[in-house]
Design a protein around this ligand. Structure first.
Ligand SMILES: *Cc1c(COP(=O)(O)O)cnc(C)c1O
Length: 383
């Protein structure tokens, strides 16, 4: 259980400070019990309700609930007909799923370095990576900061390629007033417990495109079409369904989204205020066009720190029971990417420079200002 009293000054100094944790209220617990008593544990009414509520929040026509964000990305790759021999352009500074989904269908991920300021895909480099084989772009809204989506949309239109927005980390963020997940052909959200809202495991595809929505609905449910019998399969499909138990949690979480995001912003602001005069720390710059939705709280050490020193700091923070992590490790340097595609250190220098120096600090809604002070004091002592 997460500690949720929120009262400053009552922390037991020996308690670990977790890296992340879900914000679960009694409403979510009650909703789960209600579904359990209803006997409709899957393909029931809670799925429809969660899909409608989330799509309305993002401002799109369709929400398709799936069993994870990764499944959502995979279904979109299939819905766009991306397969062997095709190329998809994405970013190396992300969670592995945003490029693994390209490999699931035998297509080739083509990576583009990140913008040194926003840490998102550098839109000015995308066009040089597009070839006649390019089918789609997968920009990622890293850490809840929306990618330069209008530029990405213009590039896609000029080059006749599709866009899947990996908005798994950005529920509630906006870019020039438009919601993350509402750009391009479709967006995807993930609801693992460290995300802004959780269903334990789960995800949601968001789109205005009727065909994409219909295909994804069918493929998440073993290739059945609406109204078809249990043993009639129109196309190759999967079991990527979300259960009604998960959807019931999601309904209560999305009902509380404003409160949840406001609390996350508060925690982030406490950190920023506390560390604002710390010259040895740098930040992911917030694009003034973007209203951030806080996913994780990541600091970057100044460039004169080495990756080794950063790793050492992470180890020492953990030794003091302060949860932290090296968000993200560059995708192109994962062993199977290097082996399969020949990527090597130095290929994406901006990504590598940032990724070698980032530390994700504890970040969740039960954190108190005192705990944040303790994390920052420890961090400063290690600097
Ligand atoms: C969380 C996340 C996903 C999806 O993760 P699941 O665990 O499969 O729900 C995809 N892309 C990014 C960038 C993520 O952070």
């Amino acid at each position: 259980m997460c500690r949720n009293d929120g009262t400053p000054g009552v922390r037991n100094e020996n308690m670990p400070i977790n890296l992340s944790g879900p914000d679960i209220s009694q409403a979510e617990i009650d909703a789960v019990i209600e579904v359990m008593k209803s006997g409709r544990l899957s393909l029931g009414p809670k799925i429809d309700e969660f899909e409608e509520k989330l799509a309305a929040y993002v401002g799109v026509k369709h929400g398709i609930a799936v069993s994870s964000g990764t499944c959502g990305l995979h279904l979109l790759i299939r819905a766009l007909g991306i397969s062997h021999g095709d190329e998809v352009v994405s970013t190396p500074f992300s969670f592995i799923a945003s490029t693994n989904c390209i490999m699931f269908e035998g297509a080739t991920p083509v990576l583009v370095d990140i913008d040194p300021v926003t840490w998102n895909i550098d839109a000015s480099r995308i066009e040089a990576a597009i070839t006649p084989k390019t089918k789609a772009l997968i920009p990622v809204d890293a850490f809840g900061e929306v990618a330069a989506m209008e530029e990405v949309e213009a590039i896609a239109a000029r080059n006749n390629v599709r866009i899947i927005e990996d908005s798994c980390e950005a529920l509630g963020a906006t870019y020039r007033g438009r919601m993350a997940g509402a750009f391009g052909d479709a967006g995807v959200f993930g609801f693992y417990p460290n995300k802004q809202i959780t269903t334990g495991e789960g995800g949601m595809i968001t789109t205005n495109d009727d065909d994409i929505a219909r295909l994804c609905r069918s493929m998440r449910n073993q290739g059945r079409d609406t109204g078809m019998g249990w043993l009639s399969h129109e196309r190759l499909g999967y079991n990527y369904r979300m259960s009604d138990i998960q959807a019931a949690i999601g309904v209560e979480q999305i009902r509380r989204i404003d409160e949840i995001l406001a609390r996350r912003a508060q925690v982030a602001n406490w950190y920023r205020e506390r560390l604002k005069n710390e010259s040895r720390i740098e930040w992911q710059h917030n694009d003034p066009e973007c209203k951030r939705s806080w996913f994780v709280f990541v600091v970057k050490l100044a460039d004169d720190y080495s990756e080794h020193q950063r790793n050492d700091m992470i180890a020492q923070l953990r030794e003091r029971e302060i949860g932290c992590s090296n968000y993200f490790a560059p995708i192109h340097l994962q062993p199977f990417y290097m082996k399969q595609f020949g990527f090597k250190p130095g290929d994406f220098p901006v990504c590598e420079r940032v990724a070698a120096r980032t530390i994700a600090l504890p970040f969740h809604n039960a954190l108190t200002q005192d705990e944040i002070d303790q994390v920052c004091t420890t961090l400063e002592s290690l600097l």
